[in-house]
Each structure stands twice: as structure tokens, then as C-alpha cells.
Design a protein around this ligand. Structure first.
Ligand code: MN
Length: 501
């Protein structure tokens, strides 16, 4: 990324005075990072400029773009915060400071010698920094995305660390901010580095299946389009291919023939009423599968995601998943929180600065909580960061290997779930567990921050009893597979859809 390219991008979306500020920041960054190189051999400044370009693409506010350009200057050059503040104002300085604090907690991308594994403190720091300004975490996501995109230049062990950390922390963070597109980008890249073999396998599998079902899908598409036109509904329709990582996750639970939403059709309409009209039209045309209708419009997901989902069966036995939403819901599902900053800057920059994000969907209460806490922190008041953790990741815990690799698991997960998450060989041969240095029983649930060590023995085999104990579907399916391999009968759980077919 060159300065001229960045300015071309900026001119489209930002005012002339903002573009001028962006240019001033780019010049300063180039001067400060002069002589520094990335692992790729490129001048270092190409990295912060790429991060800024991503922030422009996400249509973040001008201050965030400028902070993106300067995000590595405090840590890596002689530039100081007071200097940034006098040149670009308090808000930019505050953002750069927040991102720098986040950087200190991450694994070193540039300086491998000072590479430190993640510790349990880092997550807390991450969350505190988030509390200061949600924009800092969005800048951090852009930073992480670029680091993932240029990960091929890093040594193998660093690739693994960065990829596992990205999958465990940054992908869920993007999800919490409802930044669906970014989440998928982070997941695909991380998964590719973590398990290239599996990644390639699934990529080929998807490709093969896609070409097979493409023609049949075309027919469904035409039929649906005709029915919607007849019903007088204005719509846009596109096909959606499941990402390789989400396919991988689903495959951990089921086999590929029962995965309906490998391809799905997405229908985008003008308003909420039209969404329900489309649903009615589809169900009049095809038979809906039981248990597959989800109304995330009436009941949005925690991160604000809204859409209607249904899976139908066509007369020639095609199974097709549909997502139905308004264009506004679509925009928000793809770009998430970043989209509302763009909106805010144009409409109510000052409201944001005083800590009130007026355009935030009502159910994103936790963002409001964060902003409230941030305001308190700025006033020097004590805040309860534990409470913040609960709000953000109420359904996930984060645990570490003794080497510092981080994994996320659902609340209530046991050491055995962790062992299977690390690798099926580790799970299958688990003899006992040490959590934070102490031996614990099989039934002791893990907590965020735990350091978990699995003691393995070659002669250990999973028992039927393990199946009933574990909490994650991944562990369950890996145990079943191993039991079947050993010729031990496992009782299949009822699957109503499979029975029906
Ligand atoms: Mn960086």
C-alpha cells in the first residue's frame, strides 16, 4: 500500500480537510518508520497504510483512519503521545494509545526475539482497552487482518501462534461486533494456517459439490424469483457459499450430506413486512423442514444480527436454505458495528464523543455498557472489569496450554473437551489433567484464564462413559469416531431430519 493509493481511497468517502489530515499522518508515519522493514522486505509503513485502507473500506470515522496510520508509531518509533495529540487532537491520541496498549498484549509480529506467549492477563487488558473505546478494537481487528494476510513471511511457529490466537479471540470479537465479513476473513486465513491439509481437503470438496448442485439451484432460484414477482415483492437474490471454516465446524458435528446450508440463497427486500411475505411465499411453494425456521428479526441475536432463516425441501428433493432480510439488516450483518460509526460520523459525531451512540441497535446493550464504563474510567472512577467480561463473552471461556496457545470453549466445558479441542490424539489418550499446576478430576469445569495441561498415555482408550461427560459436540463426535473405530457400539442420538428422509 502506497500513500497515493490510500489517498485515492480516502477521497471517495471523506471531506477534503479529512483527506488532508490523512495525508499529514501518512507523511509522519513514513518519516517515523523510515528504514524499518517488514518480514516481507517491504517498507514497514506499508503495513499501517494497509490497516488504514481497511478502515476506509469499513467506512470508519476519520479519527480511526488517522489512528490506524499511526497505530505502530508509539511502540516502534520515537514519536510520543503528546506529539500526536498536538498534531491530530485528543481523540486520535487516545485511540493510538488504546491500540498500543492492545499491541503490548499481543504476540510480537515483528520482533520474534521478544515474542511472549499469551497470558491470562492479556485478555483482561484487551477487554479494558475495549472499554476505553470500541473503535480501538476495530482498528486492532484491521491490524490483525493485515498481519494474517501477510503471515506467509513469518516462521512456522509464529504462524501457528498468530492463527490460533486469531481464531480464539479475534474471530469471536468480530462476531460480537457483528462484523460478519471480517469474522469470516479471519477464520478462513487462520484455519488455513492452522490446518492446511484439512483446509485444502474441504476446499476441494466444496468446489466439487458446488458444481454438482449449481444447476439444480438455478432452477429453484428461477422458480422463487417468479413467485416473488407474482406476489409483487421487490427483492434482490444471491447465492451464498458457506465458508470453509464454518463448514469444518459443522462437519465436526455432522456429515456433509446432512449439511443443508453448504449453499444458501439470500433474499434481500426493502422492509420488515416484505421479509415475512417472502417467508410465506417460500412456504407456499416448498415444504419447510421442521425446526429450521428461525426468526432473528423478532428475536435478534446478541450481536444485533437480524434475519429470517428457513430450510425447505423442493418437490425434486432439493434441500435449500434461505436467509431473508432487509438491505439495512444485510448491511449491518456484513459490516456490523463499523457501519454504525460511519453513520454516526456523518450524523452525530458529537453524540458519539460524549459516549452516546444513538444509532446503535437497542439489543447491543453491552456496547452501551462499555461506553458508560469508558466514560467512568476517563473520569478516574473505578470500574468493574469482571462485569464487562460477562457481558461480552457470557457464553465463552478462554483457556491456555502451558505453552500459551489460547482456545475458546463454551461455558461448562471440561478438561476433556479442551483435550479434544487441542487434538483428537490428545483427547483419545488423556490420562489426567493439571489445571494451573494442580491435578483435577474429569468433571471439574474450566474457567477463563486456566492453564490446562493434559497428561497422555499411549495405552489409554476413550470409554463410553466419556461420551456422556463431555460438553462439546466436537469432543463427542471425536469420541464416537474413536469408539466406532474400536468396534464399540455407540447409541446414535435421534436426529428427526435424518429419520424423515
Ligand atoms: Mn500493526
Amino acid at each position: 500500500m502506497k500513500k497515493s493509493q490510500l489517498l485515492e481511497l480516502a477521497k471517495v468517502e471523506y471531506s477534503p480537510s479529512q483527506v488532508e489530515t490523512i495525508e499529514k499522518a501518512a507523511d509522519l508515519a513514513a518519516k517515523m518508520h523510515a528504514g524499518q522493514k517488514r518480514q516481507s522486505g517491504e517498507p514497514f509503513v506499508s503495513h499501517p497504510l494497509s490497516v488504514a485502507a481497511t478502515l476506509i473500506e469499513w467506512e470508519m470515522d476519520g479519527d480511526s483512519v488517522v489512528a490506524g496510520i499511526l497505530h505502530d508509531t508509539i511502540e516502534d518509533t520515537s514519536l510520543t503521545l503528546p506529539e500526536i495529540e498536538s498534531a491530530f487532537g485528543q481523540s486520535v491520541a487516545f485511540l493510538v494509545d488504546s491500540v498500543t496498549k492492545l499491541n503490548k498484549t499481543r504476540s510480537g509480529m515483528r520482533n520474534i526475539d521478544t515474542y511472549l506467549p499469551q497470558t491470562k492477563d492479556n485478555l483482561t487488558k484487551l477487554l479494558i482497552a475495549m472499554g476505553q473505546d470500541v473503535r480501538a478494537i476495530i482498528i486492532k481487528l484491521a491490524d490483525r487482518l493485515h498481519n494474517l494476510q501477510t503471515l506467509q513471511y513469518m516462521p512456522l511457529d509464529v504462524q501457528q501462534k498468530i492463527a490460533s490466537e486469531s481464531l480464539a479471540i479475534f474471530a469471536p470479537l468480530a462476531d460480537r461486533l457483528n462484523m460478519g465479513r471480517v469474522r469470516v476473513q479471519i477464520e478462513e486465513l487462520s484455519f488455513m494456517y492452522l490446518d492446511r491439509h484439512e483446509y485444502e481437503l474441504l476446499r476441494k470438496l466444496t468446489k466439487k459439490r458446488l458444481s454438482r448442485s449449481h444447476q439444480q439451484l438455478e432452477h429453484v432460484r428461477e422458480e422463487v424469483a417468479k413467485a416473488l414477482v407474482q406476489a409483487g415483492i421487490k427483492f434482490k437474490m444471491d447465492g451464498r457459499i458457506k465458508s470453509i471454516y464454518s463448514l469444518y465446524k459443522k462437519l465436526q458435528k455432522r456429515d456433509i450430506d446432512t449439511i443443508y446450508d453448504l449453499i444458501a440463497l439470500r433474499i434481500i427486500v426493502e422492509d420488515k413486512n416484505a421479509c415475512y411475505q417472502v417467508l410465506g411465499t417460500l412456504h407456499a411453494l416448498y415444504e419447510p423442514l421442521p425446526g429450521r425456521i428461525k426468526d432473528y428479526i423478532a428475536k435478534p441475536k446478541l450481536n444485533g444480527y437480524q434475519s429470517l432463516h428457513t430450510t425447505v425441501s423442493t418437490p425434486d428433493d432439493q434441500i435449500v436454505e434461505f436467509q431473508i432480510r432487509t438491505s439495512q439488516m444485510h448491511e449491518y450483518a456484513e459490516r456490523g458495528l463499523a457501519a454504525s460509526f460511519h453513520y454516526n460520523e456523518k450524523k452525530l459525531t458529537d453524540a458519539y464523543k460524549t459516549g452516546q451512540i444513538a444509532a446503535m441497535p437497542a439489543n447491543l446493550q453491552w456496547i452501551r455498557d462499555l461506553q458508560e464504563m469508558a466514560a467512568k474510567m476517563r473520569e478516574g472512577k473505578q470500574v468493574d472489569t469482571d462485569k464487562m467480561k460477562v457481558n461480552l463473552f457470557s457464553d465463552l471461556i478462554f483457556v491456555h496450554t502451558p505453552k500459551g496457545d489460547i482456545f475458546n470453549l463454551p461455558v461448562g466445558a471440561l478438561p476433556l473437551d479442551f483435550a479434544y479441542r487441542v487434538h483428537s490424539d490428545v483427547g483419545n489418550r488423556a490420562l489426567s489433567f493439571r489445571v494451573n499446576g494442580k491435578i483435577v478430576g474429569f468433571d471439574e469445569p474450566l474457567k477463563t484464564g486456566d492453564v490446562v495441561e493434559v497428561v497422555t498415555r499411549n495405552n489409554i482408550k476413550p470409554s463410553l462413559d466419556w461420551l456422556n461427560r463431555v460438553k462439546t459436540p466436537q469432543a463427542r463426535s471425536k469420541i464416537s469416531a474413536e469408539l466406532r473405530r474400536q468396534g464399540i457400539q455407540t447409541i446414535k442420538r435421534e436426529n428427526p431430519q435424518r429419520k424423515k428422509r
